[in-house]
Design a binder for this molecule. Sequence first.
Ligand SMILES: Nc1ncnc2c1ncn2[C@@H]1O[C@H](COP(=O)(O)OP(=O)(O)O)[C@@H](O)[C@H]1O
Ligand SMILES: O=P(O)(O)O[C@H]1O[C@H](CO)[C@@H](O[C@H]2O[C@H](CO)[C@@H](O)[C@H](O)[C@H]2O)[C@H](O)[C@H]1O
Length: 449
Amino acid sequence: MLNTTLPSPDGLSPPSLLTSLAGLLREWLPRQRWFAGKDQPLTDLAVVSMTELHPGCLHVLVCTGRTGPREDCYQLVLGVGDQVPARLHHAVIGRPGAGPLAGLVVYDALLDPRSAGLLLERLRVPGSAGPLRFARDTRTRVPSGLAPRLLEGEQSNTSLVYGESFILKLFRRIQFGVNPDLEVTQALAREGCRRVPAPVAWFWTTEPRGATLGVLQPFLGGATDGWTLALRALDSGEDFTDESYELGRATAEVHLALAQAFEPGPPDPDEGGRLAAAMTERLCATARQVTALGPYVSRLMAAYGTVAERGLRRPPQRVHGDLHLGQVLQAGDRWFLIDFEGEPARLLAERRCTQSPVRDVAGMLRSFDYAVHTRRPGRPQWVRPWRDAYCAGYAAASGWDPRDEAELLRAYETDRAVYEALYEARHRPEWLPVPMAAIARLAEGAEGR
Ligand SMILES: Nc1ncnc2c1ncn2[C@@H]1O[C@H](COP(=O)(O)OP(=O)(O)O)[C@@H](O)[C@H]1O
Ligand SMILES: O=P(O)(O)O[C@H]1O[C@H](CO)[C@@H](O[C@H]2O[C@H](CO)[C@@H](O)[C@H](O)[C@H]2O)[C@H](O)[C@H]1O
């Protein structure tokens, strides 16, 4: 048990907390996998919400740098104590030298099983704590006392598994509004879609504005994600085309359920033109931040021009929005889709728009390329049988083949590779060569056929 000595509520306010934490967070935040501002210096910081979850544990929203719709806001759960036990040394953020927490140890409480356990207890009981609101689907029983374990791995957020029965995802980078990872999974559950785990409990904040903060779902025990399976197949020389085919079927089934669950977008005779313009804008904006893109810009724009001319054949609908091999889990021989948050770098309003389902197909095809690049560098042709099988599986379940939309597919693959270049520059600069290799091929017109 930690020796907890949080100052009285009178002595602790967001500005005074910041006085204690600013220096420590400036060091600590950029080292976190989920921190999305690694491409620029961390200047301004503001604590915009602070709630005591239980003695010695603070829920904090901290905003960095820019303000307005693109401000970066992060969710932290901080433990504060006189000392931490040795098993939590890796969680320590630091010992503030000034302010109300001066001399105490501040640490990432999500790494502390006691705090993680208390968070589940909080989610089990609908109610509120300060601006935080907790709700759940009462049809699912969530037992108390389930042992938490932090999920390790390449994640944009932080996930805790409880008793191997439930998984809680805490969104790290917060955008104000409802997160599609809750909105879409709830809608699919109402639709009876069995390809997506249904939300069991969730919480959000009302301050400074409404924002979804976390979602609890059933944990698919024994499941393996598609990325692991694809790399394993490449390592062992096993076939991955059957899996790709089934994955295509699963994607199409989820698309059909999404088309039922959400209203279609309003008819737009210039959908192609608008899409091409948005893709072009993203490309140019990204090229200003990832300078390696510069030499390819004009040639990549040609792919978008075709979309503007020909328009879209499939009606826009809600989609997954960030589909890749890490977002699909195989349990037994069945594929499930998870993480409907959309691309974390995009604005929430944009992520909730209706779009062509070809976008998700392109996301998965790009992911096949990532896997092949990782294990067979310089041999992108290895992707071909996976691409064909995936599209064939998709066609079998949906009645239309994404390969018949070749220009749109190529444009979406380009747009996705551009997004990936920015994502990698910000989060994992050492991975930047993967999307850049694809961009070089796409610029030559050698991909997406
Ligand atoms: N319902 C689930 N059952 C089993 N594992 C899951 C489940 N949801 C997520 N995971 C695991 O957690 C990882 C991260 O989840 P994800 O929702 O993709 O988080 P992030 O947005 O941080 O990437 C997944 O790659 C998967 O391994
Ligand atoms: O964290 P999320 O799963 O929401 O997605 C983000 O992170 C992904 C990496 O973890 C990133 O995916 C890219 O790398 C994958 C391999 O690690 C690859 O399979 C994907 O195709 C590639 O896009 C994703 O772009 C990002 O949104």
